[in-house]
Design a protein around this ligand. Structure first.
Ligand code: ADP
Ligand code: MG
Length: 365
């Protein structure tokens, strides 16, 4: 594989795998892991502290108030959107606002029907069961969730499942399932249909991210100028988790280089060292765009060919990287594959392709 050096100092494909960059898929696993612990310290503790996502928060506020008034359980809630936007945080907040217990698990952690049955039978009335990465549930586990969601009933199978095994129905408490997913499209429709509330998260504005950076800095005892916070917020890819990560790393640079204070200059220095460019794209983002330009003539290219060429997991490209590149107008999805836009060429400092009109046709541009 070629390893050409580019003007911006980054290497061509074959450099660092995208998932090791500032943006990574790990937080999507939600529970455990270093980023899980890092996140916990900075998590807002009430609806009031939760910045942005106004529509989602306002809607949920109404549903919570209504459920409390009825003294009933909240309807099942699905929180959907790219990693790092606050789905797990909001699941905790729902429990807090409802004044109930929250039990945490994830799709991959529930390997057998029995794992789920054990959790469901232990739930108290009105409790919240949070299943992160719910699109990754095994089919058999998912199917046993249907009657639980609908009729608060599960079936326990006695015996070893062979001849003589019997399914015994058991009632469980009325609970609220809160599911989180980065991939709504991968949910089966029977599961999707059983959620009474579906909320889609969107990327945060630079102003909202600036507010989040200032709040996190306060909690971590970091001094940051308004300008410095704004610079980090603007380059955080619309994502609070990225904003918090950048803040910590920029602080490292500011401490080693100066007194730890984050001015705009210090922020710019740190962000440049982290290879996060003025529009917030990191080395992984640029590598994706550059690969499409250099290897596939700008596209359209199928996701599989892209994944092979980048030596990167298809899902990481599709669900971690692309949503932001698409929202910012660097990439479009066409029926024939992904295609970079003129904006991507301009941003990479590459000449856009010359469009030669077919013979006999006037170029309208
Ligand atoms: N609206 C918000 N306001 C302030 N901080 C937030 C907000 N949303 C997310 N965060 C921060 O970002 C981190 C990641 O959020 P998380 O809920 O784990 O995202 P997700 O579950 O969607 O991947 C959390 O540590 C939290 O501190
Ligand atoms: Mg999460």
């Amino acid at each position: 594989m070629g390893r050409r050096k580019h003007e911006d100092g980054s290497n061509d494909v074959a450099a660092v795998p995208v998932s090791e960059r500032v943006v990574s898929a790990d937080g999507a696993n939600g529970i455990g892991g270093p980023s899980g612990e890092e996140d916990a310290a900075l998590r807002p503790r009430s609806f009031a502290e939760f910045v942005g996502q106004r529509k989602v928060v306002d809607n949920l506020g109404v549903y919570v108030a209504a459920a409390r008034k009825r003294k009933g359980a909240l309807d099942h809630v699905l929180l959907a959107g790219p990693p790092g936007l606050g789905k797990t945080t909001l699941a905790y907040l729902l429990a807090h606002e409802m004044g109930t217990q929250v039990h945490i698990t994830s799709g991959p952690a529930l390997e057998r029907k029995g794992d789920l049955a054990g959790i469901l039978t232990a739930l108290g009335r009105g409790d919240i069961l949070f299943i992160d990465e719910i699109h990754r549930l095994q089919a058999v586990v998912e199917e046993s969730l249907y009657p639980a969601m609908e009729d608060y009933r599960i079936e326990l199978v006695t015996g070893s499942g062979g001849v003589g095994a019997r399914a015994i129905p058991i009632n469980i408490e009325r609970f609220t399932l809160v599911g989180a997913t980065t991939r709504t499209g991968q949910l089966t429709s029977p599961l999707l249909n059983r959620f009474g509330i579906v909320e889609q998260f969107s990327f945060y504005s630079p102003a909202e991210l600036t507010t989040i950076v200032r709040r996190s800095a306060r909690l971590l005892g970091i001094t940051v100028d308004d300008d410095g916070a704004e610079e980090i917020g603007r380059r955080a890819r619309g994502t609070p988790r990225v904003a918090n990560r950048l803040l910590r790393r920029v602080r490292d640079f500011a401490e080693v280089r100066g007194d730890g204070h984050i001015s705009r200059d210090a922020a710019c220095y740190g962000l440049d060292r982290l290879e996060v460019d003025p529009l917030g794209l990191d080395a992984g983002d640029r590598r994706i765009l550059r690969t499409i330009v250099e290897r596939f003539d700008g596209g359209p290219v199928g996701i599989e060919s892209m994944a092979a060429s980048l030596a990167e997991d298809r899902d990481t490209i599709e669900y971690v990287y692309e949503p932001y590149l698409i929202q910012e107008g660097f990439l479009i999805r066409t029926p024939r594959g992904r295609q970079v836009t003129r904006r991507a060429y301009e941003h990479l400092g590459l000449p856009p392709p010359v469009v030669v009109p077919p013979v006999g046709q006037t170029n309208l541009f």
